[in-house]
Write a protein that binds this ligand. Structure first.
Ligand SMILES: [Zn+2]
Length: 125
C-alpha cells in the first residue's frame, strides 16, 4: 500500500478555520430554527378555527425541526473533527489507520474514513 500524503500545516489550519466558521453558522441556524419551531407552535394554537393555517404551521414546524436536527448532527461531527485535531488523530482513517486523502478532507472536513474504506462501506465491502 502506498503511503499517502499528509495534510500540510497550512491545509490543516485552513480546514480548522473552515470548520470553526461552519460551526458558528450552524449554531446560529439551530437557534433560528428552534425559534421558528417555537413560534409556529405558538401560532398553531391561535388558528384553531382554520385547519389550513394550522396544517401549514405544523408542516413548517416539522421542517424547522428536521433541519435543526440535521444541523445538530453536523455540529456533532464538526466538534468531533475539532477534537481529533486537538488530539492529533485528525486525518487518520478510523478503519484502516491510513491517512485520509488531503483532497477528501478539504471537500469533507469531518470525514472519518478514507476513500477506499468509504467505498467499501458503500458497496457493502
Ligand atoms: Zn481506510
Amino acid at each position: 500500500m502506498t503511503k499517502r500524503k499528509a495534510l500540510t500545516k497550512t491545509q490543516l489550519s485552513q480546514i480548522r478555520e473552515g470548520l470553526n466558521e461552519e460551526r458558528a453558522s450552524l449554531v446560529e441556524q439551530v437557534a433560528d430554527l428552534d425559534a421558528e419551531a417555537d413560534v409556529n407552535n405558538w401560532r398553531e394554537g391561535g388558528f384553531d378555527d382554520d385547519p389550513a393555517d394550522a396544517g401549514s404551521a405544523s408542516f413548517e414546524r416539522e421542517t424547522a425541526q428536521s433541519l435543526s436536527n440535521h444541523a445538530r448532527s453536523l455540529l456533532l461531527q464538526i466538534d468531533d473533527a475539532l477534537r481529533r485535531m486537538d488530539a492529533g488523530t485528525y486525518g487518520t482513517c478510523e478503519r484502516c489507520g491510513e491517512r485520509i486523502e488531503p483532497e477528501r478532507l478539504e471537500a469533507l472536513p469531518y470525514a472519518r474514513l478514507c476513500l477506499d474504506c468509504k467505498r467499501r462501506d458503500e458497496t457493502g465491502r
